[in-house]
Design a protein around this ligand. Structure first.
Ligand SMILES: C[S@@+](CC[C@H](N)C(=O)[O-])C[C@H]1O[C@@H](n2cnc3c(N)ncnc32)[C@H](O)[C@@H]1O
Length: 251
């Protein structure tokens, strides 16, 4: 596994919390998969989305910009990276890592650390290959987003990095998804015209903005003249879609 992004959230994390709220269906899936863990570490925790209530939780987050967005009543947080967790072996029942592994400098080392500090590991991630073929934005407007992500960890690699007893669950993206990640607005295309929405999505924020601007201008034209509505008319009949997001659980 290779990795290219590093701690870019010092730059791109500004305003993240404004558009990245918890998606309730994902919270339910994550909470259910945590049971019966009572002690949890949330690695790459950001502002604290999906952190479970009623359990003992410590968050780990390297970016000061993201740390500043944690609510005052959020769980205690340690400034550290996944690749070197400041905890003893088996310190937690479960380790969470939500939409963060593809930002780690060394995903293999980070996954090994999750295994070292916790008996169970839960990773929410997305498969670049599935997103590339199933999401209209990458496929038809911004294939460069996918090209940039070649080499990021696939779901298969993450499962392998967590060991042999892994289960992979599809996390569908509802049409009104509250967590504004890349594919969240698949049925609300006008959202992608909003620079604030795009700035909270690393696939946009880390790309050459000239490419993003070109894609967004094309989308705006297609929305205005009805081409988008005609081409993707079938999307209106879906309430949720599998766009490559996965929950990987390992014991
Ligand atoms: C897309 S955000 C996800 C935040 C949160 N888990 C959520 O679901 O909203 C990715 C997070 O990973 C963090 N991150 C980047 N590199 C990291 C590393 N090496 N170790 C731990 N976290 C890292 C970023 O600072 C950022 O907060």
């Amino acid at each position: 596994m290779t990795q290219a992004v590093g701690t870019a959230y010092e730059r791109i994390g500004v305003g993240y919390g404004g558009h990245r709220r918890e998606e309730p269906t994902w919270r339910r899936a994550i909470t259910a998969a945590l049971d019966p863990a009572t002690t949890v570490v949330n690695v790459g925790a950001g502002g604290g989305s999906y952190e479970p209530h009623g359990r003992t939780l410590i968050a780990v987050e390297p970016s000061t910009v993201m740390l500043a967005q944690r609510p005052s009543n959020a769980a205690p947080v340690v400034r550290a990276v996944a690749e070197s967790l400041p905890f003893g072996n088996g310190a937690f029942d479960a380790a969470l890592a939500i939409l963060t592994v593809h930002h780690w400098t060394d995903p293999d080392a980070g996954l090994a650390e999750l295994r070292r500090v916790a008996a169970r590991q839960l990773v929410v991630t997305w498969d670049p290959e599935v997103v590339g073929s199933s999401f209209w934005f990458t496929r038809d407007y911004l294939p460069e987003a996918l090209e940039r992500e070649i080499g990021l960890p696939t779901v298969r690699e993450i499962a392998a990095g967590l060991g042999s007893r892994t289960a992979v669950t599809v996390l569908e993206v509802p049409h009104d998804c509250r967590d504004g990640f890349f594919a969240a607005y698949w049925r609300r295309p006008r959202a992608y015209l909003d620079p604030g929405v795009r700035s909270a999505i690393s696939a946009f924020a880390l790309l050459d903005q000239r490419l993003v601007d070109r894609a967004v201008r094309q989308l705006a034209r297609d929305l205005d003249d009805g081409a988008w509505a005609a081409r993707y008319a079938d999307l209106a009949s879906y309430d949720s879609l599998d766009l490559g997001y996965r929950l990987v659980v390992a014991d």
